[in-house]
Design a protein around this ligand. Sequence first.
Ligand SMILES: [Fe+2]
Ligand SMILES: [Fe+2]
Length: 362
Amino acid sequence: MISTRAVTTCRTLAAPNTTSTLLKACNATVVGFRSASVSPQQQQWTSRRGFTTTPTRNIKEFFPQTETRDIRETPPAWEHPIYAKDDMLKVQIAHRETRDWADKIALLAVKESELIISVLRTGLDIASGYRHASAKELAKLDPLTARQKYGMTERKYLIRNIFLESVAGVPGMVAGMMRHLHSMRRMKRDNGWMETLLEESYNERMHLLTFLKMAEPGWFMRLMVLGAQGVFFNAFFAAYILSPRICHRFVGYLEEEAVITYTREIEDIDNGTLPNWGKMQAPEIAVKYWNMPEGSRTMRDLLLYVRADEAKHREVNHTLGNLDQKNDPNPYASTYKDVNKPHPTKGIEHLQSTGWERKDVI
Ligand SMILES: [Fe+2]
Ligand SMILES: [Fe+2]
C-alpha cells in the first residue's frame, strides 16, 4: 500500500473546499488524509499493484502486511460470499415500520431521541460537515448555494465513512461476546447466532480498513473514534443485557441509515459531483476481500459491495429482532428441509430489506 501522505495530501483531499468553521478545524488537524485524486493510471493503492509519483521519502506504508520467514499469507477468517452485480444493483433504501413499543424504542434510539446516539450522530455530522436538515432547508430556497455550502465531497464522505464504520463494528462483536458468555454461563447451546454476529463485526472492520487505505485520519478523528467507541461499546453492552431484541432492531434501523448514506455516495458519483471517485480504482484489500472481478474494480463498484453488505446487515438484524432470542436457531447458519423454498442465506440473492418474519423461517 502506497501512501502519498504529506505532500500530495494537501493538494487533494484536504483541498480548502470546506465551509463550516468546524470542518476547517477538522482540516487543520486531519492532516494525514491521503490523496485520492490521481489519474486512473496513477491511482493504485498497494505497493504490489502500482506506483506513485510522490518522492520516495514521502511514501509510507499504512498497516502493511507483516513479512515473516515462514508465513506466506494470512487469509481472512470469514470468506466473503460472492455477490452478483445484478443483485447489488437491486439494493434499495427501505424502512421497516414499527409494530410495537419495542420497535419504537429502537427507532427512537436511532432517530436522535436517545442521548448516546445523538452524541455520535452529532459528532459524525460535525466531523463530516454533513447537515442534512439545514441542507434540505437551504436547498428549497437556493439550490446552488446549498450545493456549494453543504454538498458532500470525497473528503467529507471519507471522514463520514471512517467514523461510521469504526462504530459499526461494535454491535456484532458485543452481541457475539454476550451470547458466548451467556452460553457458557447458562450451560446452553447458542443455536448458531454467535458466528453471524462476529462475522458482521469482521465485515464492518473490513469496510473500515478499506476506507483507511484511502485516507489516514489525524488525531482529531482518532479522538472522535476513541470517544465514540468507548461510549457506544458500553451503552450497547448495557442495552444488550436489558433487551437483545431491541438491540437487533436498533441495529436494523441503523443499517437502514447506512444504506441511505452509501446510496447517496453512489448517486453522487453518477451525477458527477465526486469526480475523483469517478475515476478511482478500489484498493487491493477490497479487491481481495470481496473477490471483485476484473473489470468491476472501480470505487463505484466498491461502494456497491459495501452498500450490499449494509443491506445484508439490515436484513440480518431485523430478522434476528423478529426471533425468540433464547430458543430460535440462527436462520443464517441453518440448513433447510425444503431447499427449494427461498430462505435466509449469507448472500444477497433473496435479500429481504425489512427482514424475514419468524413464521417464514423457523
Ligand atoms: Fe459498514
Ligand atoms: Fe453495517
